[in-house]
Design a protein around this ligand. Sequence first.
Ligand code: ATP
Length: 220
Amino acid sequence: MIIVDNVTVAYGDLVAVADVSFTVPPGFVLAVSGPSGAGKSSLLWAIAGAVPVKSGQVEVDGLVITDRPKAAAHGVVLIPQGNGLARVLTARENLTIPLLADRKPSSDAELEEVDRAIEQALTAVGLADSGDHLVEELSGGEQQRVAVARGIAQQGKAILADESTSELDSTNRERVLDLLRTQADRGAAVIIATHDPSVAESADGHALMDEGRLSWVRRL
Ligand SMILES: Nc1ncnc2c1ncn2[C@@H]1O[C@H](COP(=O)(O)OP(=O)(O)OP(=O)(O)O)[C@@H](O)[C@H]1O
């Protein structure tokens, strides 16, 4: 459950998110759309603990979000715009790092479980044969799918996908939306920031951001 309670995010004098409140229960997918600069990424970063809130509070499954490391350890997964991948590492290595950091496997069985989760996630995004490729060798759309695979492999409580289908063809867009839906079905609360009307249409709820303010197109 993501609870956003009167959240304001500011960069100096610029208010990027203005007194926004909503709740996303487990099992639901919320789409947030709006023009460039409306504050969508800032909202997701605040939920992820990646930028401080100026006022208000974000809570995810009982944890008040204060910083990114604690939020990540609690299962708040951010799939950032621009993918946030290490370009000189392979696709598989990019998936491995957060899983090792989170799970700290201490036995062969736990390491095998991490390997299995990685292979499953790469297969799910259609990149089973690309795990050994350096990220910088992959196309923009393939990199975007690696970022999604990294996100879903973490099996988070909250999944925040920032424009995660922007570079995908329709087949892969459907594939990624299905994967995010599957994450909701297993109990995650999912938020997708998107410019794509078809992505917004596929979500359970649709909010619009404009100049930091949030209004509803379709309520959860
Ligand atoms: N680190 C930062 N420092 C200062 N201003 C910032 C920073 N990040 C974002 N902004 C500003 O905050 C506002 C909201 O930006 P944000 O990236 O959240 O919008 P967005 O809706 O995600 O836009 P886009 O659709 O283009 O990704 C913009 O005016 C942007 O220039």
